[in-house]
Design a binder for this molecule. Structure first.
Ligand SMILES: *Cc1c(COP(=O)(O)O)cnc(C)c1O
Length: 361
């Protein structure tokens, strides 16, 4: 077996020890004689898996007791629609700060339910920077303010999310949750699809301050109601047990590796190594994002000569590096370097980039 370094943005690489454990447990989970995915979600085995995953995630990102944690089917996009349904009155104003593609999808999903107001957007500049918070046009009566902590496609990340006062802050952390310490108490709702930093696609995590569950929200079916999911402990219907189980293994791996403090150090080193290779290439490679808001998780970059893109991609695969093709909206390349990407993977990428530049520069 030979595993390559996988820089895909999502679904993304998973920690090898997690995949090995899942393989070892696949046919016979802890001596039960059946796979965890063949067992009832309400049986003692899966209940234990589910409870451990929640406890481990709470420990990992320091979630206080006055926040509920949900593991739900549906992705981050689903949360972008459900959050307004649950915490805004019909047609109520909500402020959106758009720093990339995913902020825009959040507005699109919210539009049927709220007066989605663009408080700030860097779209006109190609999402290369984050508009300064003093320029944000905030609505005092907004139900919430929405931000995207890390824009996965455009490679733009808030280093510090500005203070916005008393209006609850809703943040899409799909591609940066658990990549560094965070202060959960600053947020009303944090949501993340699992397939970037937490596990396999098919489950998403919603961390919601419990007082927001008292808001009436909008007419909605039980299955779209976060209160019901909290009451039902994310088992209102059959949850995505396999995905939840695998995410739980990833949480245990992250804790064993030293938790988010350790990943913050590793992620800073990985990002510094890659940006240095780009910036030090004499213009052969370039990243166009303002240095203060460059993402530590997703690094889009372009070759000076786009005619070399094809050769770069083909040769990178030969070198055991996959998933480097940029998002179709931007072209060029993108390296996603989440928690599960080892420093050796980024080292291999940088070595390949240097070698390719010497041969083609
Ligand atoms: C991937 C991603 C999404 C969309 O996730 P889905 O699970 O496909 O709905 C939303 N926001 C961010 C920041 C993402 O990276």
């Amino acid at each position: 077996m030979s595993r390559v370094h996988n820089f895909s943005a999502g679904p993304a690489t998973l920690p090898e020890p997690v995949l090995q454990q899942a393989r070892d447990e696949l046919l016979d989970w802890r001596g039960v004689g059946a796979s965890i995915v063949e067992l009832s979600h309400r049986g003692p085995e899966f209940m234990e898996v589910a409870a451990e995953a929640e406890a481990d995630l709470r420990r990992l990102v320091s979630v206080p007791d006055d926040y509920a944690v949900l593991f739900l089917a549906g992705g981050a996009t689903t949360a972008q629609a459900l959050i307004p349904l649950n915490i805004a009155a019909p047609g109520q104003r909500a402020d959106y700060v758009i720093t990339g593609h995913w902020g825009k999808t959040a507005v699109k999903q919210a539009r049927p339910y709220v007066d989605a107001h663009i408080a700030a957007s860097s779209e006109a500049d190609g999402y290369r920077d984050i508009p300064p918070s003093r320029s944000w046009e905030m609505s005092p009566d907004a139900a919430f303010v929405h931000v995207t902590a890390n824009e996965t496609i455009h490679g733009v990340e808030f280093r510090d999310i500005p203070e916005i006062g008393d209006v609850p802050l809703v943040a899409d952390f799909s591609s940066s949750i658990a990549s560094e310490p965070m202060d959960v108490t600053r947020f009303g709702v944090i949501y993340a699809g699992a397939q970037k930093n937490l596990g396999p696609v098919g489950v998403s995590v919603v961390i919601i301050r419990r007082d927001l569950l008292d808001r009436a929200g909008q007419p909605r079916a039980d299955i779209f109601d976060y209160r019901s999911h909290v009451k039902g402990e994310s088992m209102l219907n059959t949850p995505p047990t396999w995905n939840w189980y695998l995410a739980g293994l990833v949480f245990k791996w992250m804790l064993a590796e030293g938790g988010v403090e350790e990943f913050a150090r590793r992620n800073a080193r990985k990002a510094a190594m890659l940006y240095a290779a780009i910036d030090g290439s004499g213009g052969f490679y370039r990243n166009e994002v303002a240095p203060g808001v460059r993402s530590r998780m997703n690094v889009p970059f372009f070759l000076r000569d786009a005619a070399l893109d094809k050769a770069f991609l083909a040769e990178s695969v030969q070198a055991g590096l996959i998933g480097l093709k940029g998002h179709r909206a931007l072209g060029g390349m993108r390296a996603s370097i989440y928690n599960a990407m080892p420093e050796a993977g980024v080292r291999a990428l940088v070595d390949f980039m240097d070698d390719f530049r010497r041969r083609n520069g």
